[in-house]
Design a binder for this molecule. Structure first.
Ligand code: UDP
Ligand code: MG
Length: 318
């Protein structure tokens, strides 16, 4: 069976169309399927519509979370509840078209364990596209893991891989990173990311920045190493400058008209002070981010809480 895992947050305008298009595309897959929609604490009629769909089509399964936990926890919930031997993760807004799934499924049947989608064209604003472009490249450079470029969460995986991802204990889920981490035979397929079918993007800028920083912080120690390097070099510069100023003071000579004995150094002093405290604050900030992460993990809270299930059983505890 093929499980389609779909996180949905306030998607009342698109969810029926999603179901219709999945139904139309499915005969080509030649296999049973289930549509596991995770209602991520929607405030609109998403859950109501889902209940209606589930009542008429038993292949529609619903996991409704107790509040809005966010896209990645919602995907995690979906992966926990999917039972298929092939599992596909896609968005509810039809930006990842169900009609494009067939080549992905065929790759799995060829023997690949993970087939992730590479976004070639995005139908989004120039600024957003540029930001995505830069981010994925920065992530690739920073991450200690080879996370593929321009690959989002849209993918098809073999059930074993999903089990492996589900068994990873961390609370802070950057699903596409975890998917890379588990390994197995992976490959990418290009697709054109469609425009949103209906409604506004549910990712606010804040959520998007959060996801971006999760990607880097969860999969890289480089920022911590960079702190050390920056600290080291700023220290070197400080020592060199200190020596220069000290010898100027001792032997009473001016550089570019500046003589510390005339105490005209206020400007440079302030500049250095500001610069070094900025570097320190920045570094402290990075340390804080990692510390916060540790704090989150030690609390061992669940990634999400389920309010209601329709057509699916609670996953067995591992
Ligand atoms: N989503 C979610 N919880 C959230 C935000 C988004 O489950 O808090 C879902 C949303 O319904 C959609 C998917 O995640 O199915 C991607 O969101 P969106 O389309 O807003 O992101 P974008 O495509 O702009 O990256
Ligand atoms: Mg979208």
């Amino acid at each position: 069976m093929i499980s389609l895992v779909v996180p949905a947050y306030n998607e009342e305008d698109g969810i029926e169309e999603l179901h219709r298009r999945v139904r139309n595309a499915s005969p080509a897959w030649g296999e049973d399927w289930e549509l596991v929609v995770v209602d991520d604490g929607s405030r609109d009629r998403t859950l109501e519509i889902l209940e209606g769909l589930a009542a008429t089509d038993p292949r529609v399964k619903v996991v409704s979370l107790s509040r809005n936990f966010g896209h990645q926890p919602a995907v995690t919930a979906g992966l926990n509840h999917a039972t298929g031997s092939i599992v596909c993760v896609m968005d509810a807004d039809l930006q990842d078209p169900p009609e494009e799934l067939l080549p992905f499924i065929e790759k799995i049947r060829e023997g690949y364990d993970v087939v992730y989608a590479i976004r070639t064209k995005r139908k989004e604003g120039l600024l957003k596209r540029l930001a995505y472009y830069t981010y994925y490249r920065a992530l690739k450079r920073l991450a200690t893991l080879d996370i593929p470029l321009d690959a989002g969460d849209f993918c098809v995986m073999r059930g074993e891989v999903v089990d492996a991802i589900n068994s990873l204990p961390e609370r802070n889920r950057f699903v596409r990173g975890l998917r890379t981490w588990v390994g197995f035979r992976q490959t990418g397929l290009a697709y054109e990311r469609a425009a949103r079918y209906a409604g506004e993007p549910k990712y606010t800028l804040r959520k998007l920045l959060g996801l971006a920083s999760d990607g880097i912080v969860n999969f890289s120690y480089r920022p911590l190493q960079a702190i050390m390097l920056v600290g080291f070099f700023v220290g070197l510069i400080a020592v060199a400058l200190g020596l220069v100023v000290l010898s100027q003071y001792l032997w009473n000579f001016a550089i570019a008209g500046y003589n510390p004995r005339e105490a005209r150094g206020w400007t440079s002093l302030i500049l250095v002070l500001l610069f070094s405290s900025a570097v320190q604050l920045f570094c402290l900030g990075i340390l804080g981010v990692y510390l916060g992460r540790l704090f989150e993990e030690t609390k061992r809270r669940p990634v999400y809480l389920v309010k209601k299930r329709i057509g699916v059983a609670a996953p067995a505890p591992d």
